[in-house]
Design a protein. Structure first.
Length: 244
């Protein structure tokens, strides 16, 4: 029993610190819980392009979200100009500080696109806490290169509370390849470890983080999210003014 609890705790911590999880090495078709090669005759004209800003690019996360759904989702890759993937100003229920898209002049960032039918779109909306943590919006894309279909516009989930701010700057995800960044990118663990230090907690990092995960961590998570939101950046505001 004790071993089971330790194993569950370890898995919960890994789900938080490993975000946004491993991207597939190439564009793929997600079907039956796994990544398959894209078909040569792939058609996307009947599908909705949705930018997979954070973990939705990863087969592991898609398997979690669509575990009980029969669906086939093409996932393609591109590089877009003047955008970057940064940490959002909230903590997810599983303990990660997730991602959001932000304007970033001069940056060229790798983005993945999920191509969803209507049923998969409804499921994705439900998993993204639309109206609570994210708003579904439309984003224009200036594409530099693309592996597969390249939409000029796509839907995206943007964080309602804005972007995480460290030392007056947004914080790009180190796991997302990009060129031309003006500020350092951090891993998920680096972000969480800094938040642990800033909290002044006497608990170990692992104990502190575990205390923010799941239903039992809801109040701690809300307090931390309120703190992050108070100093967040709202994309598109002149000069990157903090959210008041």
């Amino acid at each position: 029993m004790a071993e089971d609890r330790r194993g569950g705790r370890k898995a919960a911590l890994a789900r938080a610190t490993d975000y946004p999880y491993a991207a597939h090495p190439e564009p793929f078709l997600f079907r039956g819980g796994r990544a398959e090669p894209l078909p040569a005759d792939l058609r996307t004209d009947h599908l909705i392009p949705v930018i997979a800003v954070g973990s939705n690019r990863a087969p592991l996360q898609l398997a979690r979200k669509f575990e009980h759904m029969e669906t086939a989702i093409p996932v393609t890759r591109l590089v877009a100009r003047d955008l970057d993937v940064v940490h959002a100003a909230h903590m997810a229920g599983y303990g990660a500080v997730p991602a959001t898209l932000a304007p970033a002049p001069g940056t060229e960032a790798e983005l993945w696109v999920t191509w969803l039918d209507a049923a998969a779109m409804r499921r994705m909306d439900a998993t993204e806490a639309v109206g609570v943590n994210y708003a579904r919006e439309e984003q224009a894309l200036e594409i530099v290169t693309a592996d597969g279909p390249a939409p000029a516009r796509a839907l995206v989930y943007n964080a309602l509370r804005g972007c995480l701010s460290f030392d007056g700057a947004m914080v790009p995800l180190a796991a997302v390849p990009a060129t031309g960044r003006r500020v350092p990118a951090l891993t998920q663990r680096e972000v969480l470890e800094r938040l642990h230090r800033e909290a002044g907690s006497t608990a170990s990092f692992e104990r502190w983080l575990h205390g923010h995960i799941g239903p039992t961590g809801l109040l701690r998570r809300k307090r931390l999210t309120a703190k992050l939101a108070a100093g967040a950046f709202r994309p598109g505001r002149a000069g990157g003014d903090p959210i008041s």
